[in-house]
Design a protein around this ligand. Structure first.
Ligand SMILES: NC(=O)N[C@@H](CC(=O)O)C(=O)O
Ligand SMILES: [Zn+2]
Length: 451
């Protein structure tokens, strides 16, 4: 594979077209778009950057494509070890690269649970071997996700996987003292505790959002307050011990208000929203199709609107997919028995365009911040720019994705790289197609296909 690449006529952050020359894993030159006799200028720049060895750069026709920094997903379930039938590190990171991602945080609710240095190192190594994107393992907060004893946080932080984010996701750390201790402990290595905010006593037996729709469908409700009470408590704890809290998959308007309040206090609280909570609402549950079953549940239109506004104004820092693959026997069953969770990696950008760009909530620089720079800051990812203003400048890492904002596609999981098919968007036409992804100057996706 050639080490010099020229991206011809791409629009960084949706701005004026440029030729980007990539060499040595970084942006080596940025020039006005060439073509014709300008080719040699670009090729010369590439040669210079490559140390004078002419190997013939790989030319990528980027006309009409927008270049954004590679996306960072703070919330991915890769299912390995334990449920390799639903997803593996290899298949999940392929899905990630095809979705424009260059780094994913692999959640700890595997089997065995990622609560020791051994398991997080195993996942990290599998990610290195697959090579489709960076894999950053998330360590469990409590042993076995059981919520009673802290896991070996320090051992995971100092392991080869260098864990910085800890979460019992799938479960809430509901014990306030344990949550306080975890927040205090991770300060030693600038870690962050990512909370799945769900007061379990308020959600026992819950099957969907609590409200009129649940009453109508005869399903036990999952009230907004079960999420909001934990977020408020944890924000207070994070403020009290001056540590970093990250709130997973925020789903209610009230949660947005609480996070806005916590940030105004100056506490170190960050938050993510999933694509599905930006787009989908609880009425879909009327079909009783378990593809719409997810934790936290799909909420109301008013909630989606508050989430969009919160993401637009930065109250919610970033988008995270909560990519949750499930095998057919766990998902394609009756509603009450089905596992919660939906796929996200291969459709996230499209849903963000549909809900945030088309609606005028975010421009492309805003998308770059919410999908790449902000999660990189929260997770401590260094290959992605931490400030979108630094993107596509000479010397910055060539970790980026190229997308066609005008192309539409009909979502069909048969074409997904994921091993699972539980997408709630099957049959929908959505905008935006990823054409290429580069990780430190190396193509992971070209022409919409894994390299
Ligand atoms: N979101 C879900 O509905 N499910 C996730 C767990 C989680 O993120 O809470 C899973 O692991 O399947
Ligand atoms: Zn969760």
């Amino acid at each position: 594979m050639t080490s010099v690449i020229v991206l011809r006529g791409v629009s960084p952050l949706g701005g004026d077209p440029r030729d980007l020359v990539i060499a040595g894993g970084r942006i080596a030159a940025v020039t006005p778009p060439g073509g014709g006799e300008h080719t040699s200028v670009v090729a010369d720049a590439a040669d210079g950057a490559a140390g004078g060895t002419r190997r013939g750069p790989l030319i990528v026709d980027g006309a009409g494509l927008i270049a954004l920094p590679g996306f960072v997903d703070l919330h991915t379930h890769l299912r390995e070890p334990g449920r390799e039938d639903a997803e593996t590190v290899e298949s999940g990171t392929r899905a990630a690269a095809l979705g424009g991602y260059t780094a994913v945080f692999a959640m700890a609710n595997t089997d065995p649970v990622a609560d020791t240095a051994g398991v997080v190192e195993q996942v990290w190594r599998l990610g290195q071997d697959a090579g489709h994107c960076e894999v950053r393992p998330v360590g469990a907060v409590t042993k076995g996700l059981a919520g009673s004893q802290l896991a070996e946080l320090g051992a995971m932080a100092t392991s080869a996987a260098a864990v910085r984010m800890f979460s019992d996701d799938g479960h809430c750390v509901s014990d306030a003292l344990l949550m306080r201790r975890a927040l205090e402990y991770v300060k030693a290595f600038d870690g962050v505790v990512a909370q799945h905010a769900e007061e379990p006593r308020l959600t026992a037996g819950a099957q969907m959002n609590e409200g009129a729709m649940a009453a109508c469908l005869g399903l036990p409700g999952w009230p907004a307050v079960a999420e909001e009470a934990i977020i408020a408590r944890d924000a207070l704890l994070a403020g009290h011990v001056d540590s970093r809290l990250h709130v997973c998959h925020v789903s209610t308007a009230g949660s947005v208000e609480i996070i806005r309040w916590a940030k105004a206090k100056g506490w170190r609280v960050t938050a993510e929203v999933t694509p599905h909570h930006l787009l989908l609402t609880e009425d879909l549950v009327a079909s009783y199709d378990p593809v719409y079953k997810v934790n936290p549940p799909l909420r109301t239109k008013a909630d989606t609107e508050a989430l969009r506004a919160g993401l637009a104004d930065g109250t919610i820092d970033c988008v995270a997919t909560d990519h949750a693959p499930h095998a057919p026997e766990d998902k394609e069953t009756e509603w009450a028995a089905a596992r919660p969770g939906m796929l996200g990696l291969e459709t996230a950008l499209s849903v963000v365009i549909e809900t945030m760009v088309t609606t005028g909530h975010l421009d492309w620089a805003g998308v770059a911040d919410r999908l790449a720079a902000a999660p990189a800051r929260i997770g401590g990812v260094t290959d992605t720019v931490l400030d979108v203003a630094q993107f596509a400048q000479v010397g910055t890492p060539a970790t980026l994705t190229l997308l066609d904002p005008r192309a539409q596609r009909v979502i069909d999981p048969a074409g997904f790289a994921s091993r699972s098919t539980n997408t709630p968007y099957r049959g929908r036409t959505l905008p935006g197609v990823i054409r290429a992804t580069f990780l430190r100057g190396r193509p992971t996706v070209l022409d919409g296909k894994i390299v």
